[in-house]
Design a protein around this ligand. Structure first.
Ligand code: NAP
Length: 483
């Protein structure tokens, strides 16, 4: 274990301490304090916003490839520190070490991908109707952008917000989640070590109600990118609209996996368990409803329960552990509460469903991987996001019934189908109401080179990641040039 350290905020190129602090606690072992974090206040946010405003003209005027060169250096720094970044992430968030390494590699790849975008930022050039007129549109950065992050991908989400914002020429205020701020802090450290000019990147830790709120209201802020829960997203949408600043929201899900009778059942079970249980079910793209055609329902259920029972739960730093803890007591209570609600509504508890508090689990927020059968559309467990390792199995008469049940949700983030039938795959792709669609793969597990985001209540605004990530962080300037 590394020695306890106090982590300052990063404002205008300086590491700034404060009297008020909070502890970053390991959810697998609450006696392990990962670090003490300085808590910023509204005044700190305003100083950071002004610094970002002051840094904007020079950063925006820099050539795109030169900004990209800084991002390559950020990626190199992260890669040199891959092992310590991954163990920091496991300690603060609870996911297993291989998952944390994978996420850190993804952050590195994201910085490299957007570094390359610095040399590619596309504009539009089309022929004019008029003689001797040359017309084109170029992308321009917006100015200071605010980014509010959740705890469940504490490195990759800050990376996929920050990298496109910076390469497009914006300056940024980054707020990590209070439950897991260290991974984002280490990205700020990488930006500092890469020599990114002062004020371009600012990291501000503290509560959403204080720091997050101050960021949305800070006068220089021109856009807000938020990932988190629907209720907070709704509040921020109202505030951003009132100020007429640009907003992008990525929120919750109730993601279905459809399993048709012709599926490779072993793969279907493995993909469902992967999507529902890994990362302790704490992925926005996790499968929480599996909708199974009647003909194979009982076989699929039996195998899924067996696979869920076999999962090894524990501290993610230990080799062989597959499922870590919930992030905190609140999430643990939520998992437990939804299991009791599901039982009271008539769902059948097939396995799990209990808090683990004996032996090695005593100091952590551990919950058994849980499978319910007999889940029907009206049950709360079929409609509301739990955000834990809790899977509802739903029986469907046929493909049409599967589609109807899958689309009966206010959410529309990710969805998966398991089948060998090509016609049905295309039917599903056309008709499923989700922004991220997989076929014969888990519903979770996306790459950074394509757009990311949902539909319906899950998302609002332009998509993140891939080349389209620049849409949110740029505006066009259109030029008509007579010669
Ligand atoms: P959350 O409670 O909504 O918090 C998200 C962020 O908002 C945190 O940084 C939080 O700060 C901040 N915040 C809270 N209240 C605020 C306020 N009044 N004003 C401004 N900011 C405020 O969500 P979470 O529990 O961290 O994350 C879990 C949720 O995120 C789930 O619903 C999950 O589905 C969703 N998620 C979605 C995606 C996606 O791409 N669609 C990806 C990952 C997660 P504090 O940490 O200080 O409270």
């Amino acid at each position: 274990m590394s020695e306890l350290k106090t982590y300052p905020n990063y404002i205008d190129g300086e590491w700034v301490t404060s009297d008020r602090t909070f502890e970053n606690i390991n959810p697998a072992d609450t006696s392990d304090c990962v670090g003490i974090f300085c808590k910023a206040n509204q005044a700190d946010v305003n100083v950071a916003a002004q610094a970002a405003q002051d840094a904007f003209p020079a950063w925006a005027a820099m050539a795109g490839p030169a900004r990209g060169a800084y991002l390559y250096k950020v990626a190199d720094f992260l890669e040199r520190n891959l092992d310590s970044l991954a163990s920091d992430m496991t300690r603060e968030e609870g996911k297993t070490l291989p998952e944390a390494k994978g996420e850190t590699m993804r952050s590195i790849n994201i910085f490299r991908y957007f570094a390359g975008e610095g040399s590619r930022i596309p504009g539009i050039q089309v022929p004019s109707e008029r003689d001797r007129v040359f017309m084109y549109a170029v992308r321009r950065p917006l100015g200071v952008v605010a980014q509010i992050n959740p705890w469940n991908f504490p490195s990759a989400i800050p990376a996929w917000k920050l990298a496109p914002a910076l390469v497009a020429g914006n300056t940024a205020l980054v707020k990590p989640a209070t439950a897991a701020p260290l991974s984002a802090w280490r990205i700020a450290e990488a930006c500092h070590e890469a020599g990114i000019p002062k004020g371009v990147v600012n990291l501000i830790c503290g509560s959403g109600g204080e720091v997050g709120d101050a960021m949305v209201h800070a006068e220089p802020v021109k856009a807000l990118s938020f990932t988190g829960s629907v209720p907070i997203g709704q509040i921020l949408h109202g505030q951003a609209s009132a100020r007429r600043i640009r907003i992008q929201l990525e929120m919750g899900g109730k993601n279905p996996t459809i399993v048709l009778a012709d599926a490779d059942i072993d793969k279907a079970v493995a993909n469902t368990i992967n999507a529902a249980m890994f990362s302790t079910g704490q992925k926005c793209t996790a499968t929480s409803r599996v909708i199974v055609e009647d003909a194979i329902h009982d076989d699929f259920l039996a195998r899924t329960v067996e696979a869920a029972r076999a999962l090894r739960i524990g501290n993610g730093l230990e080799p062989g552990v597959e499922i870590g803890p919930a992030i905190d007591q609140d999430q643990l209570d939520t998992n437990d509460r939804y299991c009791r609600i599901a039982e009271s509504e008539g769902a059948v508890l097939e396995c799990g469903g209990q808090v683990l508090s004996h032996g090695d689990f005593a100091n952590g927020f551990f919950f058994e991987p849980t499978v319910f059968s007999g889940v029907t559309e009206r049950m709360r467990i079929a409609q509301e996001e739990v955000f834990g390792p809790v899977l509802g199995v739903m029986r469907a008469a046929n493909f049409e019934d599967c589609m109807r049940i899958a689309n009966k949700s206010e959410f529309g983030l990710s969805a998966s189908i398991q089948t060998r039938d090509v016609s049905r795959i295309f039917e599903y792709v056309n008709r499923i109401e989700a922004g991220l669609i997989t076929v014969n793969l888990p519903s979770a597990g996306v790459e950074y080179q394509l757009p990311f985001g949902g539909s319906k209540e899950s998302s609002f605004g332009p998509k993140e990641q891939g080349p389209v990530a620049l849409d949110f962080y740029t505006d066009y300037k259109t030029v008509y040039l007579g010669y």
